[in-house]
Design a protein around this ligand. Structure first.
Ligand code: ARG
Length: 246
Protein backbone atom coordinates (compact mmCIF):
# COMPACT_ATOMS: atom_id res chain seq x y z
CA UNK A 1 0.00 0.00 0.00
CA UNK A 2 1.03 3.57 -0.52
CA UNK A 3 0.45 6.57 1.70
CA UNK A 4 -2.87 8.25 1.06
CA UNK A 5 -3.13 11.81 -0.22
CA UNK A 6 -4.17 13.04 3.23
CA UNK A 7 -1.10 11.42 4.87
CA UNK A 8 1.15 13.19 2.39
CA UNK A 9 -0.63 16.45 3.07
CA UNK A 10 -0.02 15.96 6.80
CA UNK A 11 3.65 15.24 6.22
CA UNK A 12 4.07 18.38 4.14
CA UNK A 13 2.73 20.39 7.06
CA UNK A 14 4.80 18.53 9.67
CA UNK A 15 7.40 20.46 11.63
CA UNK A 16 9.68 17.46 11.07
CA UNK A 17 9.51 18.09 7.34
CA UNK A 18 10.33 21.80 7.93
CA UNK A 19 13.33 20.85 10.07
CA UNK A 20 14.71 18.49 7.42
CA UNK A 21 14.21 21.05 4.67
CA UNK A 22 15.84 23.79 6.73
CA UNK A 23 18.64 21.52 7.93
CA UNK A 24 18.22 22.84 11.45
CA UNK A 25 16.03 22.28 14.49
CA UNK A 26 15.12 25.43 16.41
CA UNK A 27 14.82 24.72 20.12
CA UNK A 28 13.23 27.08 22.63
CA UNK A 29 14.68 26.84 26.11
CA UNK A 30 15.40 29.13 29.00
CA UNK A 31 18.87 29.10 30.49
CA UNK A 32 18.85 29.20 34.29
CA UNK A 33 17.53 25.80 35.30
CA UNK A 34 20.55 23.70 36.30
CA UNK A 35 21.42 21.10 35.12
CA UNK A 36 18.91 21.18 32.25
CA UNK A 37 19.58 24.56 30.65
CA UNK A 38 22.40 26.77 31.87
CA UNK A 39 25.29 28.94 30.73
CA UNK A 40 28.88 27.74 30.82
CA UNK A 41 31.79 30.10 31.56
CA UNK A 42 31.95 31.14 27.91
CA UNK A 43 28.25 31.99 27.88
CA UNK A 44 27.18 28.99 25.81
CA UNK A 45 23.94 27.29 26.78
CA UNK A 46 24.68 23.76 27.95
CA UNK A 47 22.98 21.05 29.97
CA UNK A 48 20.95 17.87 29.93
CA UNK A 49 18.31 19.32 27.58
CA UNK A 50 20.97 20.65 25.22
CA UNK A 51 22.68 17.26 24.95
CA UNK A 52 19.36 15.48 24.35
CA UNK A 53 18.54 18.08 21.66
CA UNK A 54 21.94 17.63 20.02
CA UNK A 55 21.69 13.87 19.99
CA UNK A 56 18.20 14.05 18.45
CA UNK A 57 19.39 16.56 15.84
CA UNK A 58 22.24 14.23 14.96
CA UNK A 59 19.76 11.43 14.34
CA UNK A 60 17.84 13.78 12.03
CA UNK A 61 21.04 14.88 10.32
CA UNK A 62 20.44 18.55 11.12
CA UNK A 63 22.04 21.34 13.17
CA UNK A 64 20.65 22.77 16.41
CA UNK A 65 19.72 26.41 16.93
CA UNK A 66 19.18 27.11 20.64
CA UNK A 67 16.78 29.99 21.20
CA UNK A 68 16.93 31.34 24.72
CA UNK A 69 13.40 32.42 25.60
CA UNK A 70 11.97 33.86 28.83
CA UNK A 71 9.84 31.33 30.66
CA UNK A 72 6.61 33.35 30.57
CA UNK A 73 6.89 33.64 26.78
CA UNK A 74 8.08 30.16 25.95
CA UNK A 75 4.71 28.57 25.04
CA UNK A 76 3.66 31.66 23.02
CA UNK A 77 7.03 31.44 21.20
CA UNK A 78 6.32 27.84 20.20
CA UNK A 79 2.76 28.64 19.16
CA UNK A 80 3.93 31.49 16.93
CA UNK A 81 6.62 29.25 15.36
CA UNK A 82 9.63 31.07 16.86
CA UNK A 83 10.93 27.54 17.39
CA UNK A 84 10.03 23.96 16.50
CA UNK A 85 10.06 22.53 20.01
CA UNK A 86 10.44 23.44 23.67
CA UNK A 87 13.08 21.37 25.47
CA UNK A 88 13.39 23.22 28.74
CA UNK A 89 12.70 21.00 31.72
CA UNK A 90 9.00 21.62 31.23
CA UNK A 91 6.58 19.72 33.44
CA UNK A 92 3.72 18.08 31.61
CA UNK A 93 0.61 19.66 33.12
CA UNK A 94 -3.02 19.34 32.04
CA UNK A 95 -3.32 23.11 31.70
CA UNK A 96 -0.31 23.39 29.38
CA UNK A 97 -1.42 20.29 27.51
CA UNK A 98 -4.54 22.15 26.39
CA UNK A 99 -2.26 24.48 24.39
CA UNK A 100 0.62 22.24 23.31
CA UNK A 101 1.31 18.55 22.83
CA UNK A 102 3.85 16.83 25.02
CA UNK A 103 6.15 13.98 24.07
CA UNK A 104 6.55 11.02 26.39
CA UNK A 105 8.29 12.08 29.61
CA UNK A 106 12.07 12.10 29.39
CA UNK A 107 12.62 12.36 33.14
CA UNK A 108 10.54 12.56 36.32
CA UNK A 109 11.19 15.22 38.95
CA UNK A 110 9.29 16.84 41.84
CA UNK A 111 9.34 19.93 44.00
CA UNK A 112 11.78 20.14 46.88
CA UNK A 113 12.76 22.84 49.36
CA UNK A 114 15.88 24.89 49.93
CA UNK A 115 15.54 25.97 53.53
CA UNK A 116 17.37 28.72 55.34
CA UNK A 117 19.97 27.18 57.65
CA UNK A 118 18.37 29.22 60.46
CA UNK A 119 15.34 26.93 60.30
CA UNK A 120 17.28 23.69 60.31
CA UNK A 121 15.62 21.27 62.72
CA UNK A 122 12.54 23.51 63.07
CA UNK A 123 11.19 22.75 59.60
CA UNK A 124 11.50 19.28 58.20
CA UNK A 125 8.89 19.12 55.41
CA UNK A 126 6.73 21.32 53.23
CA UNK A 127 3.88 20.86 55.73
CA UNK A 128 5.83 22.70 58.43
CA UNK A 129 6.25 25.66 56.08
CA UNK A 130 2.53 26.05 55.50
CA UNK A 131 2.29 28.83 58.04
CA UNK A 132 1.68 32.58 57.73
CA UNK A 133 4.94 33.31 59.57
CA UNK A 134 6.98 31.97 56.64
CA UNK A 135 7.93 33.62 53.36
CA UNK A 136 8.56 31.40 50.34
CA UNK A 137 10.41 32.50 47.22
CA UNK A 138 9.97 30.79 43.88
CA UNK A 139 9.84 31.35 40.14
CA UNK A 140 6.82 32.89 38.43
CA UNK A 141 4.74 30.69 36.15
CA UNK A 142 6.44 27.44 37.03
CA UNK A 143 5.01 24.35 38.65
CA UNK A 144 6.91 25.49 41.75
CA UNK A 145 4.72 28.61 41.77
CA UNK A 146 1.59 26.45 41.41
CA UNK A 147 2.69 23.89 44.02
CA UNK A 148 3.58 26.61 46.52
CA UNK A 149 0.18 28.27 46.18
CA UNK A 150 -1.52 24.91 46.50
CA UNK A 151 0.42 23.19 49.29
CA UNK A 152 1.80 26.22 51.16
CA UNK A 153 -1.28 28.39 50.82
CA UNK A 154 -0.91 29.93 54.27
CA UNK A 155 2.64 31.14 53.68
CA UNK A 156 3.56 34.42 51.98
CA UNK A 157 4.81 33.78 48.43
CA UNK A 158 7.23 36.04 46.56
CA UNK A 159 7.64 35.28 42.85
CA UNK A 160 10.77 35.96 40.78
CA UNK A 161 11.59 35.92 37.08
CA UNK A 162 14.61 33.65 37.47
CA UNK A 163 15.61 30.67 39.57
CA UNK A 164 18.74 32.35 40.89
CA UNK A 165 16.92 35.51 42.05
CA UNK A 166 14.47 33.36 44.00
CA UNK A 167 17.09 31.17 45.63
CA UNK A 168 19.21 34.23 46.51
CA UNK A 169 16.31 35.55 48.58
CA UNK A 170 16.88 32.77 51.09
CA UNK A 171 20.63 33.36 51.16
CA UNK A 172 20.01 37.09 51.71
CA UNK A 173 17.54 36.43 54.52
CA UNK A 174 14.51 37.82 52.67
CA UNK A 175 12.77 34.46 52.45
CA UNK A 176 12.68 31.36 54.64
CA UNK A 177 12.66 28.88 51.80
CA UNK A 178 12.88 28.47 48.03
CA UNK A 179 10.63 25.91 46.39
CA UNK A 180 11.73 24.47 43.06
CA UNK A 181 12.34 21.36 40.97
CA UNK A 182 14.60 19.02 42.92
CA UNK A 183 17.50 18.81 40.43
CA UNK A 184 18.07 22.56 40.59
CA UNK A 185 17.84 22.59 44.38
CA UNK A 186 20.25 19.69 44.73
CA UNK A 187 22.96 21.57 42.84
CA UNK A 188 22.25 25.03 44.25
CA UNK A 189 22.01 23.61 47.78
CA UNK A 190 25.35 21.85 47.55
CA UNK A 191 26.98 25.03 46.18
CA UNK A 192 25.62 26.99 49.17
CA UNK A 193 25.61 24.38 51.92
CA UNK A 194 26.82 26.94 54.47
CA UNK A 195 23.56 28.91 54.11
CA UNK A 196 20.98 26.41 52.87
CA UNK A 197 19.59 23.01 53.79
CA UNK A 198 18.02 20.89 51.07
CA UNK A 199 14.82 19.10 52.13
CA UNK A 200 15.13 16.59 49.33
CA UNK A 201 11.96 14.54 49.59
CA UNK A 202 9.93 15.68 46.57
CA UNK A 203 6.33 16.61 47.40
CA UNK A 204 4.97 16.62 43.83
CA UNK A 205 5.17 14.18 40.91
CA UNK A 206 6.34 15.89 37.71
CA UNK A 207 7.09 14.18 34.42
CA UNK A 208 9.04 16.52 32.13
CA UNK A 209 8.30 16.45 28.42
CA UNK A 210 9.21 18.22 25.23
CA UNK A 211 6.43 20.42 23.85
CA UNK A 212 5.46 20.70 20.18
CA UNK A 213 2.56 22.31 18.38
CA UNK A 214 -0.67 20.36 18.21
CA UNK A 215 -1.71 18.44 15.13
CA UNK A 216 1.68 17.01 14.19
CA UNK A 217 1.66 13.21 14.52
CA UNK A 218 4.75 12.72 12.32
CA UNK A 219 7.00 14.87 14.50
CA UNK A 220 5.57 13.32 17.67
CA UNK A 221 6.15 9.81 16.36
CA UNK A 222 9.78 10.55 15.55
CA UNK A 223 10.54 12.05 18.97
CA UNK A 224 8.84 9.37 21.04
CA UNK A 225 10.52 6.55 19.14
CA UNK A 226 13.84 8.37 19.43
CA UNK A 227 13.41 8.72 23.20
CA UNK A 228 12.52 5.04 23.56
CA UNK A 229 15.58 4.09 21.51
CA UNK A 230 18.09 6.18 23.49
CA UNK A 231 16.65 5.00 26.80
CA UNK A 232 17.46 1.45 25.77
CA UNK A 233 20.76 1.80 23.95
CA UNK A 234 22.85 3.59 26.58
CA UNK A 235 22.77 7.05 24.97
CA UNK A 236 20.31 8.42 27.51
CA UNK A 237 22.26 7.02 30.48
CA UNK A 238 25.48 8.52 29.17
CA UNK A 239 23.91 11.97 28.91
CA UNK A 240 22.14 11.54 32.26
CA UNK A 241 25.31 10.56 34.07
CA UNK A 242 27.13 13.57 32.64
CA UNK A 243 24.69 16.05 34.24
CA UNK A 244 23.25 14.28 37.27
CA UNK A 245 25.82 13.31 39.81
CA UNK A 246 24.50 10.96 42.44
N1 ARG B 1 9.56 22.13 35.64
C1 ARG B 1 9.14 23.47 35.96
C2 ARG B 1 7.95 23.86 35.12
O1 ARG B 1 7.70 23.24 34.13
C3 ARG B 1 10.26 24.49 35.79
C4 ARG B 1 10.90 24.51 34.45
C5 ARG B 1 11.76 25.73 34.24
N2 ARG B 1 12.60 25.57 33.10
C6 ARG B 1 13.55 26.45 32.72
N3 ARG B 1 14.29 26.14 31.69
N4 ARG B 1 13.75 27.56 33.39
O2 ARG B 1 7.24 24.79 35.42
Amino acid sequence: TVASASDINLWEKSTLNDILTRGEIQVCLEAGYMPFDMRDKKGNIVGFDVDIAKSMAKAMGVKVDLRNTAWDGIIPALLTSKCDIIISGMTITAERNLKVNFTDPYIIVGQSILLSKDLEGKVSSYRDLNNSKYTIATKLGTTADYATKRYLSKAKVNLFETESEGALEVINGNADAFVYDLPFNAIYGSQNSDKLVHLDTPFTYEPLGMAIRKGDPDFMNFINNYLAQIKGDGTYDKIYNKWFVS
